[in-house]
Design a protein around this ligand. Structure first.
Ligand code: F6R
Length: 593
């Protein structure tokens, strides 16, 4: 989703912003732009292009800039084209702006203030820069900015430059993330830690309803009434090496391969001998409640389904999983002592933020489980647990899913009085993962033979069904093969009508109680022409099974059974020649509702 970088200082803003935007490419975007102040010629220049950042790079004519703002756009209002790309400039040419988020009342503001004005773009952003220009005719720029911000409804992270004041950068934040950092000889501001890598020294996340004015040496942060707010910065310690592909052709493959090591890392973070490193206060607080509600979206929600099974089995506490975007506006009956667990790789998902704000208003207790412990959801929930997956750059989530399940299993275990050796069981999973990763060429061959159609089904029962949902999501999002995950027994109640000659159906079988039922469902589709493929545990293997996995503890089976499905998605996308790390239409961090 949209990305923002701004720099003001003695180094070259053009290079710093370009590098930042390149690091934000993983978030998904469809156009990019920059506004730069050329100190030598004392001019501002605006550049924007549809498509990839290389196109923008080719168009840049500024040699060196002291101040600049840059943006990658993921279209929400208006088509993907140059006009709608950011930055937007006010019609009097005084201000340039980049914006992440959505201004819900942009149409009303246009009607109220600019009845006959011909806007150049279809975006909800352009009205902000016109309001700034309008008010700046009557008052100092900071006041004009505050007046503008008070009119906006919705979400924003904005950077604004006043072309009459090249030694100042203005920014504002509400419900879309924005990070401010000191840099070598300047200040940098960006929408994501990744944008700051290689430049930032100390950093902080801005709070909602704040705006700031920054020079090359300093920044002053205000609330919307103009009161100066105190702030504190932390050392920026994200290592550039962790964000590079190394010898892998794609981030997604690298991240798939990282899972066994990552799992061992999670074990060492959470286990101290056999004691679990989760605060007793947090555990006590959860135990006081009689119903857990897991809120999440997409892949994280699929991890939540596995978490539900673990909590119910290990703690006996009834647990429900909710789609965040539904829960935000349709809160169901919750029970008398509900506890909320928000799962989010990025910690910035707007649908979850909408839920969290509602929950906080009602003073319900909340825990965020996330990969980014500095994220908005981690900061704003009562408690946070980090999943320690390391940076996940590929848009399609792989290692974050397994890390989330691992941490959910540790939390469920810590809440229970179970005596099984979770630490050892998780280590066994890491070994079984490595064994599966030794056979990737075989999986590539199976994909070439089996996934010959534009439709596919994954089926399974219990946890295997929940992994089927995730497996289907992974396959469709990067290979664009239309795929559904189905409860194996449910297919015959209607959807089996879609099975025709060579429709691929992949069954996940890890549970001895339901293995035969799933096999019968597979036989039903096979006899109607489907091309079938199985992912099974060794102990349940039958002649003809294709992908056989080492047995692991059945409660932890999803950590392993998902792995071949990630590889299937990867090879299907590779064979179809798709942009694996940046699939079409998708964004890594979904910061709009
Ligand atoms: C799919 C994927 C998405 C995310 C979803 C939630 O591969 O990554 O479905 O899981 O957008 O994002 P987070 O976990 O950041 O809240």
């Amino acid at each position: 989703m949209c990305g923002i970088v701004g720099y003001l200082g003695l180094n070259d803003a053009k290079e710093i912003i370009l590098n930042g935007l390149k690091r934000l490419e993983y978030r998904g975007y469809d156009s990019a732009g920059m506004s730069l102040y050329d100190g030598e010629n004392k001019t501002f220049q605006l550049f924007k292009e549809k498509g990839r950042i290389v196109e923008l790079e080719k168009s840049l004519t500024t040699t060196k800039a002291a101040l600049g703002i840059g943006h990658t756009r993921w279209a929400t209002h208006g088509k993907v084209n140059r006009e709608n790309a950011h930055p937007h400039m006010s019609s009097d040419q005084r201000f340039s702006i980049v914006h992440n988020g959505v201004i819900d009342n942009h149409k009303a503001l246009k009607t109220m203030y600019f009845d006959n004005h011909a806007f150049k773009s279809e975006t909800d952003t352009e009205v902000i820069v016109e309001l700034m220009a309008l008010f700046a005719k009557q008052m100092p720029v900071p006041n004009a900015m505050r007046k503008t911000l008070k009119l906006l409804q919705g979400s924003y992270a904005l950077l604004v430059i006043d072309h009459e004041s090249p030694d100042t950068l203005y920014a504002a934040k509400h419900r879309s993330p924005l990070l401010l950092a000191t840099a070598d000889d300047g200040m940098i501001i960006g929408s994501d830690m990744m944008a700051l890598i290689g430049t930032a020294e100390r950093y902080m996340a801005l709070e909602d309803e704040t705006f700031l004015q920054m020079s090359k040496d300093d920044a002053t942060i205000y609330d919307l009434d103009g009161t100066v707010l105190p702030y504190d910065m932390s050392v920026f310690d994200m290592d550039v090496l962790h964000t590079e592909k190394g010898n892998f052709p794609h981030y997604m493959l690298k991240e798939i391969y990282e899972q066994p090591t990552m799992l061992r890392g999670i074990i060492s973070k959470f286990f101290n001998g056999n004691t679990i490193n989760i605060s007793q206060m947090l555990l006590k607080s959860i135990k006081k409640h009689n119903r857990l509600h897991i809120l999440a979206a997409g892949t994280s929600m699929h991890a939540g389904f596995i978490g539900k099974g673990l909590f119910e089995k290990l703690t006996g506490i009834p647990t429900e999983v909710h789609i965040a975007s539904e829960f935000a506006y349709q809160m169901p009956i919750l029970g008398d002592k509900p506890y909320f667990i928000l799962i989010s790789q990025s910690g910035e998902t707007a649908d979850l933020r909408a839920c969290l704000l509602n929950l906080k208003k009602k003073q319900y207790p909340t825990l965020t489980i996330t990969n980014v412990i500095t994220s908005t959801l981690a900061r704003e929930a009562d408690d946070a647990l980090e999943i320690f997956a390391g940076p996940e750059i590929a848009v399609a989530s792989t290692k974050a899913y397994t890390a989330q399940i691992a941490v959910l299993s540790i939390l469920a275990y810590a809440l229970s009085c179970q005596t099984f050796a979770l630490k050892r069981e998780l280590s066994e999973v890491a070994i079984a993962m490595e064994q599966c990763l030794d056979n990737v060429d075989y999986i590539d061959d199976l994909v070439k033979q089996t996934l010959t159609k534009d439709h596919c089904f994954y089926i399974g029962r219990g946890n295997d069904y929940h992994v089927s949902l995730e497996a289907a999501l992974k396959l469709k999002e990067i290979s664009y093969i239309h795929t559904e995950g189905f409860a194996a027994g449910e297919l015959k109640h209607g959807t089996i009508a879609l099975i025709e000659t060579d429709t691929p159906v992949i069954a996940i079988i890890s549970n001895d109680k339901t293995a035969q039922n799933t096999r019968s469902n597979l036989a039903e589709v096979h006899s109607r022409g489907a091309k079938t493929l199985t992912i099974v545990f060794e102990s349940l293997q039958e002649p003809g099974d294709e992908i056989v996995l080492k047995n692991v503890n059945p409660s932890l089976a999803p950590l392993l059974t998902v792995l071949p499905s990630q590889l299937i998605a990867y090879y299907a996308a590779l064979n179809r020649g798709h942009d694996i790390d940046k699939p079409r239409n998708l964004a890594k961090s979904v910061t709009v509702e």
